[in-house]
Ligand binder design. Structure first.
Ligand code: ADP
Ligand code: MG
Length: 348
């Protein structure tokens, strides 16, 4: 069973947008599988999109988070930590189609929750408790909360975690719950820096930092032999529309692809396996980079109405103060094609 964390140590690269479009299309194209989105970002953007977008998505989310036992990551984590057990995910997740009928029925959500931010110090305290001799190690126990969630999920599930860019405790929980990473990057230099930081946060630096080296997530996870998810795909997001594949690869900033290929050459084991290893940089890009173009107006409308591109029609849509935002067929087709090309690179 694969669980994908959509993560990059940089904000605004498209994590929530990608979680929404890629996971919902993956569910549509794999009707025999079940898809669970776990939203571990307190901003809960992908949850709001899945719950119908705009004000209605916001209200639906508020309703779930305001239940006496919230149907959200906060509800789930509260039971896990206070009762020290493995909560039944079915008590906390929802079938999205019951709220948003544009989402296929095999898709479920453990919703994000703004209170996750308020809860974070409590999770941190629990993780850093001094272990009693011979008893369970609290750091490992807390970090593997979502790995244990899989006890309730059969083989037919695929999980997507949406994350926060900062490497906070809730991001660490997503990372430790997943087998693979989808890394959205934009074609600019800050993406190269973020990719470098991502590997340093997951694996530490060589040599370790002289003062902080022992305190890092990497050192603690390594000491306990916790498995770190493999980079499955870098997703070049918001590439300019109407460019061919070759031009798009060129747009995938030289610097970022160079940084990724450098990492791959030095540590191929940090990347998910392919039938055979990449022989050179071009093959590496073909195997490990996906391309998502800018959805333009279609993307704005899709987010506003919580609708995947496959379910949108050519039409005029009301968005905020504008009653007639036009989305045309060709724009939807281009967007859907690029979504499908990325989905085709994601294994069940
Ligand atoms: N492929 C895309 N086409 C059009 N707009 C996009 C695309 N990807 C992201 N955006 C927009 O960029 C902004 C940031 O995206 P978001 O998914 O919220 O990033 P993150 O979750 O990484 O912070 C949002 O306004 C979103 O609508
Ligand atoms: Mg986000």
């Amino acid at each position: 069973m694969q669980a994908y964390s959509v993560w990059n140590n940089k904000g605004g690269t498209g994590k929530s947008t990608i979680t929404f479009h890629i996971a919902s299309r993956f569910a549509e194209l794999n009707p025999n599988r079940k898809v669970l989105v776990v939203d571990l970002c307190p901003q809960a953007n992908s949850s709001m999109l899945l719950l119908g977008g705009g004000v209605s998505g916001e209200n639906e989310l508020l309703r779930l988070c305001s239940l006496s036992t919230p149907k959200s990551v906060v509800g789930y984590l509260s039971e896990a930590i206070l009762k020290r057990n493995v909560p039944d995910i079915n008590n906390y997740s929802i079938q999205i189609a019951n709220i948003n009928n544009k989402i296929s029925p095999n898709m479920f959500l453990l919703a994000g929750d703004g209170n996750l931010e308020l809860m974070a110090p409590a999770i941190n305290d629990e993780a850093s408790r001094t272990p009693f001799p011979g008893l369970v190690d609290p750091w490992a126990w807390v970090h593997e909360i979502f790995k244990r969630m899989f006890q309730y999920l059969e083989e037919e599930w695929t999980v997507f975690f949406d994350t926060n860019p900062s490497f906070s405790i809730y991001t660490e929980l997503a990372i430790c719950g997943s087998t693979r990473l989808l890394v959205p990057v934009n074609a600019d230099d800050s993406s190269r820096v973020a990719v470098k930081a991502l590997f340093a946060l997951l694996y530490g630096t060589n040599p370790p930092h002289p003062f902080f080296g022992n305190y890092t997530f990497a050192a603690k996870a390594n000491f306990r032999n916790l498995s770190i998810p493999k980079v499955h795909l870098a997703i070049g997001n918001r590439f300019t529309q109407f460019k061919g594949a070759a031009a798009a690869f060129a747009a995938f900033s030289e610097a970022t692809s160079e940084q990724l290929y450098f990492e791959y050459s030095a540590n191929p084991g940090r990347f998910s396996e392919r039938p055979h290893p990449a022989a050179d940089r071009d093959e590496f890009l073909r195997l490990y980079v996906g391309e998502l173009r800018d959805f333009n107006t279609a993307g704005v409308v899709a987010a506003h109405v919580g609708t995947p591109l496959s379910k949108m029609r050519q039409d005029y849509y009301p968005v905020h103060n504008d009653p007639d935002v036009k989305v045309n067929r060709s724009q939807l087709n281009v967007g859907l094609k690029t979504v499908d090309s990325v989905v085709s690179k994601i294994d069940p």
